[in-house]
Design a protein around this ligand. Structure first.
Ligand code: SF4
Length: 178
């Protein structure tokens, strides 16, 4: 579809078609975890709570899409190494955004990712509007989506490892334009 799946697979990503995810019944727990701010991204960008909107607004956004694809790659690295983790996250973000760019001429598209939007060096949040709304990536957990459940439904194992990390994004696609 639009060539993006082949392109991602050429870049060593697994691409799995999934049902469009919904906000989980556990979403308030996920938001409480966001508020603990262990990732230090809470309240720093438009892709994380509270900038990403309420859970009701996130649910409404999800309902506007008709197809979804889970994009995942296992990176062999030390998860405690900040530089290596940044490189892996940038790789996932860049490839997911390129996939969205391939879809956009034909259908609405949105990418959700691991953590908040890191497209700009410093986000305009909260003082100004997003500079690049088409490139904005919102947080999967900020949307209240249960990743463990989503992995299970996609037939994948969700595991934490000492020497590797599996990062993923969700590419949401709207109805094809006529
Ligand atoms: S694209 Fe830039 S301004 Fe917009 S949410 Fe992402 S980091 Fe912030």
């Amino acid at each position: 579809m639009y060539g993006f799946e082949d392109r991602l697979r050429e870049e060593s990503f697994e691409v799995t078609r999934i049902d469009v995810p919904a906000v989980s019944p556990k979403a308030k727990e996920f938001r409480a975890l966001c508020e603990k701010n262990e990732c230090r991204e809470y309240g720093t960008n438009w892709g994380c709570p509270p900038g990403v909107g309420t859970l009701e607004e996130c649910a409404e956004t999800l309902r506007t899409y008709h197809e979804a694809f889970l994009v995942a790659k296992r990176y062999v690295l030390d998860p405690k190494n900040v530089k290596e983790m940044k490189r892996a996250r940038d790789n996932l973000g860049d490839s997911s955004r390129r996939a969205a760019d391939m879809i956009r001429p034909f259908a609405a598209v949105k990418v959700l990712g691991d953590g908040g939007c890191r497209y700009c060096g410093v986000c305009t949040y909260p003082g100004g509007a997003c500079r690049y709304p088409l490139q904005r990536m919102d947080s999967i957990s900020g949307y209240g989506i249960d990743m463990e459940d989503l992995f299970k439904k996609a037939g994948k194992k969700f595991a934490f490892e000492d020497c590797a990390v599996t990062l993923c994004s969700i590419v949401l696609v709207g109805k094809a334009r006529k």
